[in-house]
Design a protein around this ligand. Sequence first.
Ligand SMILES: Nc1ncnc2c1ncn2[C@@H]1O[C@H](COP(=O)(O)OP(=O)(O)O)[C@@H](O)[C@H]1O
Ligand SMILES: O=C(O)[C@@H](O)C(=O)COP(=O)(O)O
Length: 419
Amino acid sequence: MPLLGCIADDFTGATDLGSMLVRGGMRTVQWVGVPKPLPDCNDVDAVVVSLKSRSIEPEAAVRDSLDALRALRAAGAQRLLFKYGSTFDSTPRGNIGPVAEALLEATGAEQTVFCPAFPENGRTVYRGHLFVGDALLSESGMQNHPLNPMTDPNLVRWLCLQSHGEVGLVPLDVVRAGSAAIEARLAELRSLGVRLVIADATSDDDLDAWADALVQAPLITAASALAAALGQAYRRRGLLAGHPDDASFTPTDGHAAVLAGSCSMATQRQVAAWSAGRQALRIDPRRLALGQGVVDEALAWAESRLDDGPLLISSTATPHEIEQTRSSLGEQASSLVEEAMGRLARGLVDLGVRRLVVAGGETSGAVLQALGVASLRIGPSIAPGVPWTQSTSQPKLDLALKSGNFGQDDFFARALNCH
Ligand SMILES: Nc1ncnc2c1ncn2[C@@H]1O[C@H](COP(=O)(O)OP(=O)(O)O)[C@@H](O)[C@H]1O
Ligand SMILES: O=C(O)[C@@H](O)C(=O)COP(=O)(O)O
């Protein structure tokens, strides 16, 4: 029976979380949406439901998250974790605040923490301010995100905008005083009616302290890194019975390709590094909007080259180019590109691609939905937060869903072993 049920607001975030749960010693399955009928979950410690709820209307995100909660409860999950991006990807309207408040209501939990820190990937929270490496969130490149520009690094202020309730903070000095001090501060905030609490944390030891403090919590909201610490804390308390998974599988035979729809800075570097010496094609959203057969052209290009080795198709653009596209296409630019990425994925699989790297959370959601993948097994890690996964349905596909800002510059070549 799963101890922990997880709701992830995007698909790369879900595999990131799956990878960390496995690292934390939890036997984990990942569902793409809510499967019908529900699979048997007796032999797992954690179930992750991947939603595409990060950038939709807040009401729709709440509805999808509550559906996922019902399914997780029906599967027997006792505790709940709501996973969002370690860069707190959201807008002043949501969806982190509205979903968290709806989950508080539905679970009857009195309070929940918000812990986006992921120190191994440079995301730290100090005095409620989120840093990416040495830069404040709002100067990290995330201020230019096409869907959720992160223009304020102060998470207390940012979460306040999206929530009804008051937002509190457990600062680092309390965290460093240990889990009992954290619990005492949470109780004090509860007595003041503060139900939403930002968690300072700048190191993995801080996450261990948080995990110990939250071992009995019915509802936690966080990025993935806390999950690894939570798994270990659950085991220390004797809450996990089975042996951890060995996250390994035999790579599937077939062609390999990369689809990049992320415009994040790390993806821009990764696309440039790949394109410097390997097969690469760029698609232009403005040509997509004109209905110029861009997807068919790209698939014809791929068909004649797949035998020569892995190739990349991307829409990755600089902030300036995105601005230009947005001024001519408006909001529809993102959905046009996502729809094209879904069709490209289907076309590539028809051409024999069986190993697919996808860059971008929304992009991965569009691709998995287009491919009709229902659930994934978590495999070996390629970079912190990015594992290989394998689809459990036919045709068997190896999928690496890369969060926009994760991975080294040569991530694509590393993933596909083509150094
Ligand atoms: N050239 C482009 N112009 C405008 N939007 C784009 C372009 N390329 C991709 N997009 C859109 O930008 C969004 C990127 O989000 P996502 O895939 O989640 O990446 P990340 O993981 O970096 O956040 C997607 O909706 C994608 O369709
Ligand atoms: O926690 C993270 O940063 C990632 O798991 C994640 O969710 C990032 O989202 P995308 O950059 O949109 O892939």
